[in-house]
Design a protein around this ligand. Structure first.
Ligand code: FAD
Length: 388
């Protein structure tokens, strides 16, 4: 047993939805014993920051670089929470330049992406720090036992409590369980966790709980968009052609251009030491496969720079790269859910004392941070009276 304690509540996942949920829950339940289990080395999940050990001084947001709230007019819960983050100075309105590159690689300034609709917000520090600050608000981090680098592969419910087992054989017990990830609920777990049954299905066999059956059916229809992110550590003197000094600058590629260059979006990220980092996103299936099958990673990296230079050849703001930049590549197997969203009515099973949150629930924010935050707030509201 990892610890002898039976937790009042265990949270699996350390992404932004887990952090929002934990901080709100602990604010209202100060005396509860809470644990958080995360396979990564820190918080943030898909909105986290790569702090390179190899290339010192670089902090690049390699998942979501910022976030947008497309619609908070009808949702007071979300509006109040965003106001709270603004008041605490964890985030600010993102007034960075956003460009859409059209067919001729010309610049257009119209917000057309799902990632830029509505109001955009930027973490005042990095994206990982945002999750950290959220969980540290109200000092809730001091009340949580954190278990990092711990991968849950098995879950059991014995009518009284949940028993979780990690890949290393550590055991955790808790009265209530929150899954702030859907990995343990989805068929992709079979391959990733090397198990022969979806862990939640194994824990709660079919026809025991209608809600859980429906939840698993919905997830059976959910797929995920894989993405690559290329982190480019530019040379000492690399800069813009103009005097732009804000933290980020975004370039989105419109359809045909995305097909041609295989890039979806390019985000320039100014570092504390004034160096200019570049993060390039790609969701082009052919490009992803050519990376997976690449015999020589250097050849693939050269292709990235070649495409970048061609794209910005005539551009009045962006200099070309020189081919001696360092690049690291992050492969996101499941960067974003797609297909069927799960109804929020299936978020909590009282009988099995289990709740779920994340960007995979229905609503305007499906597949984005907006959805993660909102689902965590709604879940916390739903269960606060149930957990005694
Ligand atoms: C490249 C990229 C670009 C993106 N761009 C944007 C954008 O511009 N705007 C936007 O709003 N959103 C964007 N997104 C989506 C956004 O990042 C997600 O919607 C959001 O971060 C999801 O947060 P979450 O807490 O719901 O899930 P996650 O961040 O996925 O958190 C789940 C956590 O659970 C952990 N975990 C899973 N299974 C286990 C297990 N069995 N045991 C232990 N730990 C486990 C994972 O390691 C992970 O940290 C982007 C995502 C990526 C990858």
């Amino acid at each position: 047993m990892k610890s002898d304690v039976t937790y009042d509540l265990l949270i699996i996942g350390g992404g932004i939805s887990a952090c929002v949920f934990a901080s709100k829950y602990l604010k209202n339940n100060i005396s509860k014993k809470v644990g958080l289990i995360e396979i990564g080395r820190g918080l943030g999940g898909r909105s986290s920051t790569r702090i390179s050990k190899k290339y010192k001084g670089w902090k690049l947001d390699h998942g979501s670089p910022n976030f947008n709230i497309s619609n908070n007019k009808n949702n007071l819960l979300l509006k109040r929470y965003i106001d709270e983050l603004l008041e605490n100075k964890y985030i600010k309105k993102d007034d960075s330049e956003i460009f859409f590159l059209n067919e001729n690689s010309n610049l257009e300034k119209i917000k057309k992406s799902e990632f830029s609709r509505g109001v955009n917000y930027l973490s005042l520090d990095s994206m990982s720090e945002l999750s950290k600050k959220i969980i540290e608000s109200n000092k809730s981090n001091e009340k949580i036992d954190f278990f990092f680098e711990t991968l849950i592969v098995d879950m059991k419910f014995n009518d009284k409590e949940w028993l979780l087992t990690s890949k290393n054989g550590d055991k955790f017990k808790s009265k209530y369980l929150i899954c702030a990830t859907n990995l343990l609920l989805h068929k992709r777990s079979l391959k990733i966790l090397n198990v022969d049954q979806i862990p939640l299905r194994k824990a709660i066999p079919i026809k025991n709980d209608k809600k859980i059956d429906l939840l698993l059916n919905f997830l059976g229809e959910q797929t995920f968009i894989p993405r690559l992110t290329f982190l480019i550590y530019t040379n000492q003197n690399y800069s813009y052609k103009d005097y732009y000094s804000k933290k980020q600058r975004y370039f989105y590629l419109k359809n045909n251009l995305e097909k041609k260059y295989r890039f979806e979006r390019i985000i320039f990220q100014l570092q504390d030491n004034n160096k200019l980092g570049i993060v390039v996103h790609s969701k082009n299936a052919e490009f992803i496969n050519s990376y997976i099958n690449a015999k020589d990673e250097e050849v693939f990296k050269n292709k990235i720079i070649t495409n970048f230079n061609k794209l910005f050849e005539q551009n009045s703001l962006i200099h070309k790269l020189t081919f001696d930049e360092k690049i690291s590549i992050m492969k996101w197997r499941a960067s974003q859910p797609s297909g069927l969203a799960v109804p929020l009515s299936l978020q909590f099973s009282k009988r099995y004392r289990i709740g779920f949150c994340g960007d995979w629930f229905e609503g305007d924010g499906f597949g984005r941070i907006e959805g993660s935050i909102l689902s965590a707030l709604i879940l916390e509201n739903k269960i606060k009276d149930s957990i005694k």
